[in-house]
Design a protein around this ligand. Structure first.
Ligand code: GAR
Length: 204
């Protein structure tokens, strides 16, 4: 059974979907939910499911990313994860930290990478007049929001969308895409998972 650690900063809806997927004959189980915010809603949800949690508040480490990452490494190494899923983890990680886990660390990003790396993805896509947006799961490398793409889901921009409505529509696809990619990944299959919002919603 593979061990999966999940890192988050917020409500943890992606974490929840990943955890819910790891049951029955799924080849992985969650071993830790770790946050940089001791008050992250995702920690409460994980605790309620009986999953081990830990928090390393980044704020006391302001200006010293290496020290923050050293502290983060404590509970992470202790959990002995085979795979680490960044799921709304909003701290930039240094190359040194990533190097230790490279090839075992995934991230979900709310855009069709390589477009719209970084923050405010939906607002920027709307400003640019995009007709399609989406989300991407990729392997983490030292470059921000880059690395081999393991899955993408395309989502249409609909009339009257604002960043919030678009984010909500993309999130519904994140919830399908990330568990699908993780399942393949723990089986050693890195063939990208391709999903389409329209097709998926017609099918269901
Ligand atoms: C998700 O939309 C995820 O793609 C995004 O944060 C949200 C977390 O939601 N991640 C990033 O923007 C990473 N740069 P959640 O806490 O409900 O899973």
């Amino acid at each position: 059974m593979k061990r999966v650690a999940i890192l988050l900063s917020g409500g943890g809806s992606n974490m929840a979907r990943l955890v819910q997927s790891m049951t029955g004959d799924h080849p992985a189980r969650p071993c830790l939910v770790l946050s940089n915010d001791p008050n992250a809603g995702g920690l409460v949800r994980a605790r309620n499911w009986g999953i081990a949690t830990a928090a390393v508040d980044h704020r006391p480490f302001a200006g010293d990313r290496a020290a923050f990452e050293a502290a983060l490494s404590g509970p992470l190494r202790a959990a002995r994860p085979d795979v680490i899923c960044l799921a709304g983890f909003m701290r930039i990680l240094t190359g040194d930290f990533i190097a230790e886990w490279e090839g075992r660390m995934l991230n979900i990003h709310p855009s069709l990478l390589p477009s719209y790396r970084g923050l405010r993805t939906h607002a920027r896509a709307l400003e640019a007049g995009e007709r399609d947006v989406g989300c991407t799961v990729h392997e983490v490398i030292p470059d921000l929001d880059a690395g081999p793409i393991l899955g993408q889901a395309r989502v249409p921009v609909l009339e009257g969308d604002d960043p919030a409505t678009l984010a909500a529509r993309v999130l519904t696809m994140e919830h399908q895409l990330y568990p699908a990619v993780l399942y393949r990944y723990v089986l050693g299959d890195r063939t990208p998972v391709i999903m389409d919002w329209t097709a998926d919603n017609r099918a269901s």
